[in-house]
Design a protein around this ligand. Structure first.
Ligand code: EZ4
Ligand code: CO
Length: 403
C-alpha cells in the first residue's frame, strides 16, 4: 500500500486549522492535524515545500520508519513547526492503518484500558459569580472535572477569560497581536478566593483545575500551590515558564498541590527530566504538538514508569482530528489522567465530521475503522485563512512577560 497523494488543507471555520490528507494507491485516505496557533502557515509550508514530495511512493504501513525518516532525516530536529508537521504525517498514517485493518485506532495500540475518557470543561468568568454560574452549568451537563479561571480586579484582560460572553478564544484576527497587561501581585492576592468560593458553593464532589499559564516564578508558584492546598486541586497547570526545569523542583519542595505542564513541549527530550525526576504529576503533551500518536505514546510510556499520568492539551486551536486521535490514545494508555475538552464551534464541527462523542462528563472515541474523523474539503474551501495572533503580555511598567 503506497502513498500516492499528500495534500495540505488550510481552512478557517471560525479559526485557522492546517490538515494533511494522505491517499493510498488502494484508495484509502488518512488525515492528520498540523495546526500551530498563530504560526499556521509555517507548518503548512514545512509540509507542502519539504515533506509532501518525500511521502509519495512510500509504504503507508511503515509508520515508525516514516516517523524516524522525517525526524532524523531533517537533521534539524524538534521544534514546534517540525514536530507538528511530523505529527500530521504520523496521525494520517495511523488513520490509514486503522482503515486497512478495519479497526478503530485504539485497537491497534493495545485496546481499551478503560470504558471512557474523563474530560474537564472550562468555567471562565470576568468575576467570581460569573465563573460560579459556569461551574454550575458544567456540573449540570455532567462534567466531573472543571477548570476555573477568573478576571483579576485591576487587570483589563486575563488569560482564559472570554470577552463579551463569547467562547474563550485567545488568538485574535489582525496583522498584530493584542497586548495584555499582567500583575503577579494582583493575581496572587485575588485568585485563592475563587477556589474558596467554588468549594463553598459546590463542595468536593468533582475535580478542580486551574491554569497559571506560565506567569509566575518558582517561589511565587510555591506560594500559590500552598495557598490552594485546602481546595484539593486536581492540578495546577503551567505554574512557571516551561524551559526552567529546576524551578519545578523548588515548587515541589513546598507544596502537595499536583502540577501539570507540557502543552508547549514537542518531544520526549523536553519533558524527560521532569518525568524521570517526578517533578510533575501530569504531562500535557498533545498528539499534534508532540510528534503524533507514535511519539506521544513514547512520552506517555516514559511517564508511566515514573508515576506521571497523562493530561493532553485539548483547546479549540487543535482541530477535531487531534481530538479524535487523542481519545484513541487516552482510552488505551494505562496511565491516563484526564483529557482537556473545549467543544469546537458548529462551523468547525461541520468542516471536520467525526463520530467521537461526549456524554455525562465522559468522551468516547469513534468505533469506526481508523480515527473516525475526516475533513469535508468542499466545506473547508468556503473558509479561507485569516491571519491571527496569540496575544503578548506586558507587566504594568511595560516589560515583556510570558503570556
Ligand atoms: O493558551 O491553546 O490549557 N490550555 C491553554 C490554551 C493555550 C492555547 C494557545 O494556543 O493553555 O488555552
Ligand atoms: Co494551558
Amino acid at each position: 500500500m503506497r502513498i500516492v497523494a499528500a495534500k495540505v488543507i488550510v481552512t478557517c471555520p471560525d479559526r485557522n486549522f492546517v490538515t494533511l490528507k494522505l491517499t493510498t494507491d488502494d484508495g484509502l485516505t488518512g488525515v492528520g492535524d498540523a495546526t500551530l496557533n498563530g504560526r499556521e502557515l509555517a507548518v503548512a509550508s514545512y509540509l507542502r515545500d519539504h515533506v509532501c514530495q518525500l511521502l509519495i511512493g512510500r509504504d503507508a504501513g511503515r509508520i515508525e520508519d516514516t516517523w524516524q525518516y522525517l525526524y532524523r532525516g531533517a537533521y534539524w530536529r524538534r521544534g514546534p513547526v517540525t514536530m507538528a508537521a511530523v505529527a500530521a504525517v504520523d496521525t494520517a498514517l495511523w488513520d490509514i492503518k486503522g482503515k486497512a485493518a478495519g479497526m478503530p485506532v485504539y485497537q491497534l495500540i493495545g485496546g481499551r484500558s478503560r470504558d471512557a475518557v474523563t474530560v474537564y470543561g472550562h468555567a471562565t468568568g470576568a468575576t467570581i459569580p460569573e465563573t460560579l454560574d459556569q461551574v454550575a452549568s458544567l456540573l449540570d451537563q455532567g462534567y466531573r472535572a472543571v477548570r476555573v479561571q477568573v478576571g483579576i480586579p485591576g487587570l483589563d484582560k486575563t488569560y482564559g477569560v472570554p470577552q463579551g460572553g463569547e467562547p474563550y478564544e485567545p488568538a485574535t484576527a489582525g496583522a498584530r497581536p493584542e497586548e495584555a497587561t499582567w500583575s503577579t501581585a494582583k493575581y496572587l492576592d485575588f485568585v485563592p478566593s475563587l477556589f474558596a468560593a467554588v468549594r463553598e458553593r459546590f463542595g468536593q464532589g468533582f475535580h478542580l483545575l486551574h491554569d497559571v499559564h506560565h506567569r509566575l516564578t518558582p517561589i511565587e508558584a510555591a506560594r500559590l500551590g500552598k495557598a490552594l492546598e485546602p481546595y484539593s486541586l486536581f492540578w495546577l497547570e503551567d505554574p512557571i515558564s516551561e524551559e526552567s526545569h529546576e524551578g519545578f523542583r523548588l515548587i515541589r519542595q513546598h507544596t502537595t498541590t499536583p502540577i501539570a505542564t507540557g502543552e508547549v513541549y514537542n518531544s520526549i527530550w523536553d519533558c524527560r527530566q521532569l518525568i524521570t525526576e517526578q517533578l510533575i504529576d501530569y504531562i500535557r503533551t498533545s498528539v499534534t504538538h508532540a510528534g503524533g500518536i507514535t511519539h506521544l505514546r513514547r512520552i506517555f510510556d516514559l511517564a508511566a514508569l515514573h508515576h506521571v499520568r497523562t493530561g493532553s492539551h485539548g483547546p479549540t486551536d487543535l482541530s477535531p482530528v487531534c481530538l479524535a486521535a487523542a481519545l484513541h490514545v487516552d482510552v488505551a494508555v494505562p496511565n491516563f489522567g484526564i483529557q482537556e475538552y473545549m467543544p469546537h464551534t458548529g462551523t468547525t464541527d461541520a468542516v471536520f465530521p467525526h463520530s467521537y462523542r461526549f456524554a455525562d462528563g465522559l468522551m468516547y472515541p469513534s468505533e469506526e475503522p481508523g480515527l473516525g474523523v475526516d475533513i469535508d474539503e468542499k466545506a473547508a474551501a468556503a473558509y479561507p485563512y485569516r491571519q491571527a495572533y496569540l496575544p503578548v503580555n506586558r507587566l504594568e511598567d511595560g516589560s515583556m512577560h510570558d503570556w
